[in-house]
Design a protein around this ligand. Structure first.
Ligand code: HMG
Ligand code: MG
Length: 298
């Protein structure tokens, strides 16, 4: 059996745009968020409070957060790798923050310049401060099936990381296939390892689509009862520290699949496709969403 309703978090403005070489103006990012909420997205990952030297595209984080006309019932999340990022983020009043760790040591070093153990030490005060402030805390777990530097990642690594995340008070974790190398049974094992520490209602899937496996990986998660996914409008994205990895699974494609299965999302596919076309036009290339390309008219 499948969940009757699925919640999608559009990570396009953050995961989608962070890897763009050309700086995208804050106004365009804000317009994208507005179009996503108009399409019915109830959760949007807007930006990250990371070092502007590392990820220049996210340097306008506060400006983007300040420019959003917030809609009641919509939750806005941001990435915060350390206390410095959290303190800056706090001024923007996010509904949710995301700490991000990795099941691979090498990726942890490349992405956030510290070991897994050090990352947990940095996250712990962030999690405590966020919960104190009444802000929900999500943990992203990168490289849960494969790593660009270490190759295949065993489920035991995911088990270990999920346990550490749980131990510092993270309330929800995303099982990420950062470079999109996973196939359904490997993803299933990563999710099973996570479920040793988190309830099914506290786990989401975050699948990049490099090898075209992300829908299949999402489907097996649905079969396991997972009902929350991170997706990216127009299939935007990639991580600057994961060379060759393409964007997240396109929100449009996931919505098309879910609606076709009779699963509710609360999202208007036509409006979503228009949002995807808006950002693709701005970036000057075709949408990476198959459903978006098939259904776009005008
Ligand atoms: P570091 O250099 O180790 O940090 O970077 P540091 O504490 O030694 O500080 C060095 C400098 O950075 C100092 O500035 C700090 O003030 C500054 P300086 O004195 O040299 O002028 N700094 C900051 N500035 C702004 N905001 C901050 C901040 N922290 C320190 N929060 C750090 C550590 C984590 C900051 C750095 O490695 C970084 O920013 N990395 C970028 C990571 C990133 O954004 N990656 C992409 C997102 S994760 C992702 O895409 C995966 C995900 O989608 C799931 C998946 O698919 O796997 C979530
Ligand atoms: Mg990602």
């Amino acid at each position: 059996s499948y969940p009757l309703r699925v919640k999608l978090v559009d990570v396009g403005p953050r995961d989608g745009l962070q890897n763009e070489k050309q700086l995208v103006p804050a106004a365009v990012k804000i317009e994208l968020v507005h179009r996503l909420q108009a399409a019915g997205l109830k959760e949007i990952e807007v930006t990250s409070f990371v070092s502007p030297k590392w990820v220049p595209q996210m340097a306008d984080n506060a400006e983007v957060m300040a420019g959003i006309a917030r809609q009641p019932g919509v939750r806005y999340s941001v990435l915060t790798p350390n206390l410095k990022g959290f303190e800056a983020a706090l001024l923007s009043k996010p509904d949710e923050i995301v700490v991000f760790g990795s099941a691979s040591e090498a990726f942890s070093q490349k992405n956030i310049n510290c070991s897994m153990a050090e990352s947990i030490d940095r996250f712990a005060p962030v999690v405590a401060a966020a919960r104190e402030a009444g802000i929900f805390v999500r943990g992203a777990m990168s490289c849960t099936v494969g790593c660009p530097y270490e190759g295949e990642i065993a489920p035991e690594r995911v088990d270990y990381l999920a346990g550490l995340m749980k131990g510092i008070g993270v309330q929800h974790v995303g099982v990420a296939d950062t470079i999109g190398v996973g196939t359904p049974l490997k993803v299933q094992r990563a999710v099973e390892a996570t479920l040793k520490h988190f309830d099914i209602n506290q786990v989401s899937g975050h699948f990049h689509d490099t090898y075209g496996q992300a829908l299949a990986n999402s489907l097996i998660c649905l079969q396991m009862g997972v009902w929350q996914f991170d997706t990216s409008v127009a299939g935007l994205g990639g991580c600057p520290y994961a060379k060759g990895a393409t964007g997240n699974v396109a929100t449009e494609d996931v919505v098309y699949m879910l609606h076709g299965m009779g699963i509710e999302t609360g999202i208007d596919l036509d409006q979503l496709i228009n949002a995807g076309q808006f950002i693709s036009d701005y970036l000057g290339r075709p949408s990476n969403s198959r459903a978006g390309k098939a259904l776009f008219t005008k």
